[in-house]
Ligand binder design. Sequence first.
Ligand code: AKG
Length: 313
Amino acid sequence: MAAPEEPQGLTPEEVAFFNENGYLLIPDELSQETVKGLLEETHKMLDEFSLDDHPMTKFSTGGEDGENHVGDKYFLESGDKVRFFFEEDAFSPTGTLTKPKQKAINKIGHYLHYLSPSYRHTSLSPRNAAIARSLSFCDPRVLQSMVICKQPEIGGAVPPHQDSTFLYTDPPSATGFWYALEDATIENGCLSFAKGSHRREPIRKRFVRTGTGEGEGTGFVDNEGARFPASVTPEEGVEGGERQGEEEYTIGEVKAGTLVLIHGNILHKSERNVSGKSRFIYTFHVIEGEEEYDGRNWLQPPKEGFSRLFGEV
Ligand SMILES: O=C(O)CCC(=O)C(=O)O
């Protein structure tokens, strides 16, 4: 019997688009059957998780300045678990849930790519290894994964950010793999991108653990390490400079099954979902295992180490 064909990575045109713009849309990356299976698995998790001993942690990005970003123990210890974070607007002023739990969760994270067989199969795949190879990774490691539900009516906005702020290596190397499990539109809060900002926007801040023991939390500190990946030549004059004016954002409406690759330095965001339709997506992030990952990062490796994309698949 002939050996199974090795999956292809990105085409040279796709790599060129990603390098120029900082993101890439790949329609029909997942079959509709795979999407259906992942959605079924997600709804099962939402049905089965218990509220009994749940600390009711909300996923808060802390708004534009990031102050009051989620950072409790439940969040900090989620790197090797499957945990459930609520939408901020799922509660009444007195703190009671105003929605059934299945319609109140903002995000499920952060170890689906290891603990859930179907998400693991989707993440640690030969195709994704080939994509990482096209993007010149030497030892790509999947370090976190999540389902973002963007629930109908109360789906929280994600303000403009760069993923390497949250998943910092020195030099920066984070890349997001983001899969639409439902159609993502302007109405239900699709992504948008500041095209090319990965070449003009340094990683100025890092999201780190603060305090110890009971006082442990999260916060932002100035980044004293490298601010661009070695592969990026920053636009002239931007290395240490102030942000130049407002960015323009390009809307990224996509159909279920589309894969979006997101450069760790690109500014991107998504708006609130006040429509009647949810916007379920699955995303995981990869870093270069050969770069330095330090103990201050909010997310610390599980006992197995971050999951290899090469060698394991
Ligand atoms: O899906 C979203 O709305 C935001 C996701 C995002 O910004 C990310 O994964 O970096």
